[in-house]
Design a protein around this ligand. Sequence first.
Ligand SMILES: [Zn+2]
Length: 242
Amino acid sequence: MKGVDVKMIKLQLSRRNFISISLAGLFLPACSSGLQRGNQQTLSLLESEKSWLLKAKPPLDIVQYKLENPDLKGVLRQKAKSFVPAQDKYISRLEKIMRITLNHSGGVGLAAPQIGFSRQMILVEKQNKTKEIICCLDPEIIHFSKEKVDGYEGCLSIKGYGGKVARSKRVEVKYNTPEGNAIHYKTSGWEARIFQHEIDHLNGILYIDRLKGKLLPLEELRKIRAKETAAAEIKHQRLMLV
Ligand SMILES: [Zn+2]
């Protein structure tokens, strides 16, 4: 599949396969300089978090970023905490809530802070024929390619807008599966973009922080994209929402 060159070193598929629908517009932010694991907090779940997980009735509403009030520091601007591996029951519950919510949203990726839960879990739709959605705990990008590509991204947490973001073309990601397996994964193209966008969410970073140009209403963005299709860099890229 052109434009999506994904090399899997090792992948443990999650227990449930969900076929998700790729929307006409899904995007992601990219190119952070790497996560600082040393700063990451690993804490047991609070009683309030456990209670929240048990009571939640998915699909949940996606937390929206207030563009008109950027100084408001909500969950989307916090660094998400790591998981304690032993808490399987709650990890499974969060995964289920996120899968149902993502499936309902029609996006191709979701980070736990987007449903208001500040922990290190993301879902990513594989950009191959399977469209399988993988669940990653404590994901970390351990290598960013120097080569970057421009792409249009949108975000389920910033509805109605999108913009161009330069991201590393290839990344290497380290993460744990909900079953506790450590995975080292190399990916490129749109899938690499999705990982970069979602892992940014875990660090309180939004694609609007990395914009190359203006934030645009989706309708305007689609018109611009149509004019730019002749440009080699973005010729094969889809518009995606994450
Ligand atoms: Zn997003």
